[in-house]
Structures are given as C-alpha cells and as structure tokens.
Design a protein around this ligand. Structure first.
Ligand code: SF4
Ligand code: SF4
Ligand code: FES
Length: 256
C-alpha cells in the first residue's frame, strides 16, 4: 500500500537556506531514509545526506525529524502522525555543510580531550580481571554508535554556542564516567583525577540532568542515570568528602 506524503526538507548551506516542499510516494514498511533516497532518485538529485549502513549502526544518518533528533534509517514512516507533513532538518547544534549534512568535528575534538585508559601497573593485557558488574557498565557505554544525537539535543550547547569550548557534552562525559568508574584505570597514579577533571575541564557542572540525551539515544544507553549522575556524585564526594572518596579507592572492587 502506498500514499503521497508531503515532506518539508531544509535545503541550504552555511550561508543560509529554506524549506523546499515535496510530494513523495511512501510505501508500507519504509523508513525516512527510504523517502530521502526516493527524493534523490526522482525530484532532488542534488539533495545532500550522509548515511552508510541503513541499519542503525554507523551513526551517520542523524537529523531532526519533526524537530526531534533521530536516525533517519531507524524512523519508520508508520510511527509519524498519519496525514501530516514531515519536516526534515539538519542537526541544529552543528554547523551545516549542505542540506541535511552537518560538520560534526566538534565531537571529534571533544573526544581527543578525554585522556585514554591508563593500564594498571604490574599487569599485562590478558591478566586483567574485572567483576561482571564493572564489565556490564563499560559494555553499556560502549554500545555508543557516535551518532551525536545526544550532543545535538543537549540544551547546554544546542542553544549556547558560547558553551562549546568548555563543555564536552553527554557522549564524552559518559566516556569520562566510564574511565572514572573503571576498576583498573590507574589515572590517579599519574596525577589525573578524572571526576575533578569532568568538572574543571569538561563542564560537568553545566549538565542539569534533564535526561534529554537519554531520551534520544538510539542505543537506549541510560546516559543520565548510569553515567552523568554517578559522575556528579563522585565529583561531589571528591570535593566535599575526600574520606569517602579515599575509602572507595582503597576498597576497589575485585572479582570474586
Ligand atoms: S542530562 Fe545533562 S547532558 Fe543530558 S541533555 Fe540534559 S543537560 Fe545535557
Ligand atoms: S550515547 Fe547514544 S545518542 Fe549519544 S552518540 Fe552514543 S549512541 Fe548516539
Ligand atoms: S545509516 Fe547507519 S545509522 Fe542510519
């Protein structure tokens, strides 16, 4: 079964742009990216869009559908309000290159600012042992496909360009949290206090745990509850109750 649906697509570049309206065929079972491909094949051959896997795994096709940050390849047309037009815009937080394609290099720069895992002294790879609870935490965070939808939706940078230099955003605060809670990370021994660095270097204090990042994550990572809130608690313990923090270090969890 097919029908005609109105698509309002933002077309333009860094200089500016406007919405162009298309009437386009939609078939049963199709996702928004199918419709974009049909537009390219029929009415708008020069429409710029970034995509790779069409399976929700490469994180390339991020855009805003009716104002909500989403993956175009994972948004079924049948989940959008029937009979209404569909509005398609590029991610608002990042500079537009052309049409639906944005420059997400802000995120790569933020990734480089997070110091890597510090291997535990005296243990060789292969000798590491971790409790399953700690493995599960890292595994949840590492489901991230780097679609940057959480970065896009976070109001700290979405509405405040001026915050970008001092704010890493949820995806990279989650990375700091993962390493700070990692039982084998030996950053402390090098003088790096990751929870303090989250506050001082990555702007953790700007996050007011609105949960918007968690709501848009296509991998259903519980960014707020499992990463941001624990990181805030650890930063507060470190600052206001150093004895509690020291105790948590001494009793580092070991596998049974
Ligand atoms: S919970 Fe924090 S990081 Fe997530 S969207 Fe809200 S302010 Fe941003
Ligand atoms: S945490 Fe989720 S929303 Fe954020 S970049 Fe990773 S997969 Fe995308
Ligand atoms: S095309 Fe890969 S996530 Fe959508």
């Amino acid at each position: 079964m097919s029908n005609l649906t109105t698509f309002r697509v933002w077309r333009g570049d860094a200089e500016g742009g406007r919405f162009t309206t298309y009437e386009v065929e939609v078939n049963e079972g199709e996702v928004v990216l199918d419709i974009v491909h049909r537009l390219q094949a029929t009415q708008a051959p020069d429409l710029a869009v970034r995509w790779n896997c069409k399976a929700g795994k490469c994180g390339s096709c991020s855009a805003e559908i009716n104002g909500r940050p989403r993956l175009m390849c994972m948004t079924r047309m049948s989940t959008l309000p029937p009979g209404e037009s569909v509005t398609l815009t590029p991610m608002r937080t990042f500079p537009v290159i052309r049409d639906l394609v944005t420059d997400v290099s802000f995120n790569y720069a933020k990734a480089r600012e997070v110091p890597a895992f510090v291997p535990p002294p005296g243990l060789a790879p292969g000798e590491y042992r971790m409790a399953q609870e700690d493995v599960a935490r890292s595994q949840e965070f590492r489901k991230c496909i780097e679609c940057f939808l959480c970065q896009d939706v976070c109001h700290v940078v979405r509405d405040h360009e001026e915050n970008k230099p001092v704010y890493a955003g949820p995806r990279f605060l989650m990375r700091v949290a993962e390493l700070d809670m990692h039982p084998l990370d030996a950053a402390d021994d090098t003088g790096l206090d990751r929870s303090r660095s989250a506050q001082d270097d990555h702007g953790l204090g700007y996050c007011n745990i609105t949960r918007c990042c968690t709501d848009v994550c296509p991998e259903h990572i519980t960014i707020t509850e499992n990463a941001l809130i624990p990181l805030k608690e650890r930063a507060a313990d470190r600052k206001y109750d150093p004895l509690v923090w020291l105790g948590s270090k001494i009793s580092r969890r070991r596998p049974d």
